[in-house]
Design a binder for this molecule. Sequence first.
Ligand SMILES: [Zn+2]
Ligand SMILES: [Zn+2]
Length: 552
Amino acid sequence: MNSETKNCQNCKQGFVIEPEDFGMYKQLDLPAPVLCPYCRWKYLLAFWLFGRFRITASALSGKRIITVLPENVPFPIYEREEFVSDAWDPLTYGRPYDPSRPFIDQLCELQAAVPHPHQGGVKNVNCDWCDDWWESRECYLSRSGYRNEYLSYAYRVTNSKNSIDITYCFDMERSYDCLYCFKGYNLKYSFNCRDCIDSSFLYDCRNSSNCFMSWNLRNKQYCILNVQYTKEEYFEKLKTFDLKSYVAVDKLKKEFWEHLRADAVHRATYNVQVINSSGNFLVEDKNCTSCVFMEKSENSRYCIRGFEAKDCIDQVSCIAEKCGWGALDQWGYENICNLYATHCRFTAYLDNCEECEYCFGCVGLRKKKYCILNVQYSKEEYEELLLKIKSDMKKSGEWGKFFPLSAAYAGYNDSLAQIMFPMKKEEVLAFGAKWQEISEPHYDNVIGADTLPDAIDEVGDEITKQRILCPETNLSYNIAQRDLAFYREHGIPLPRRHFDWRTVNRYWPLTQMMMPQRGTCTYCKKETEHYYGPELKFQKIACVECYQKEIA
Ligand SMILES: [Zn+2]
Ligand SMILES: [Zn+2]
């Protein structure tokens, strides 16, 4: 089969469907896409809830729950433990297929009726204010994490402890305000570092300790602005930076970014040990094309955030094999058009199902087989009805269309799509997605963030009883006692923005590193494909060969 150029139905840009794409779509019985790869990502990411934490009550028991699902979801919200219990039966919501109406309409009506769990994640201890949070304890206002302890305001973090404000970090301890760092200890205000300790404002450093405001260091100690000092000189010089002052740290953050733009050398991709693959943030991948944030995966295309994915196409958050056009299909096998499915096989059009096989168009099911629209059938009945629905859908052009954007749990602006592909309200509505209006809460006794003391030493204990108003978001936040103890111990000034704003802003550089760009290697001057979007304004980008030679 030849490649084919099409115009994206959304952005109107031309995009190419490669023969390999056609092959995979054919295998999965999916039609060729009508959206370009980036609009496909936007579409699927709009279903990936980010949301805002709020307190509500389980519709089943009335128990107090904390959820990121918005107030205006059509379905009842159950506490997760209750959702997976026998206290209710999702099959009671079942309805027969009506051939005179579009199938997806019927599926959406079912979706709006069946209860959904208040959050993702299990095996946590004291992590109520978290979402998509697993096997962790004592964490607070964090999302998307696995095996963590004592974290606050963390996003996409694994195996870390005693840290605050870390995003996309792994194996971190006692760290603060870091992005894409691995195995850091007492690391602050740093980005893209590995094995660094007792340091601040580092970029692309490896195995370095007691360094400050430096970049591209390897196995160094006592460096400031990439200048080597003796131990005594280093600590003497370090005293001249007032790290306890908000104003001083804010200035240092700006200075740090000026160095990233003008002085730091940036490796063309962040990929490690990849074979025959394209994309960025790939680790130990083989034959992956146009993927980002994928690890130990193979033969997959246009996927975002995957682990051990195999033969997958158009997936966001994907730990799956032979799955296509889906969002949050975890441990899936041969599925299409699934949304939040876990351990499901040979299924399509599921929402929030677990351990199901041979199910089609179902919502909230667990451990079921041969169900359609939450009705239990025999194997033979199931196969016959499935053929009929499939043929109806193919005739009407419905087959292979994902859940409509109106079926996302929250607005585009409360999803990961807004973080990775931000759009204004008008653009979101034109895209067909929802916009979540932020109800402006009214607070009594709220103080403006700009009235906070500049230095952490000036902060009294009473601050923990105070709500603070973020000037960027108009949302209030507080300083938990635990946070205050951490800030004092580490000499960190109080944050002056809402925690979600901090996470989204910290994440921002990574969102600018997902699409291929062309540029010139700063060393060999050869034309080089890299992943640094123009907004980053990075001036020194090196091809991988030169980077390995010059920086290692
Ligand atoms: Zn497009
Ligand atoms: Zn080069």
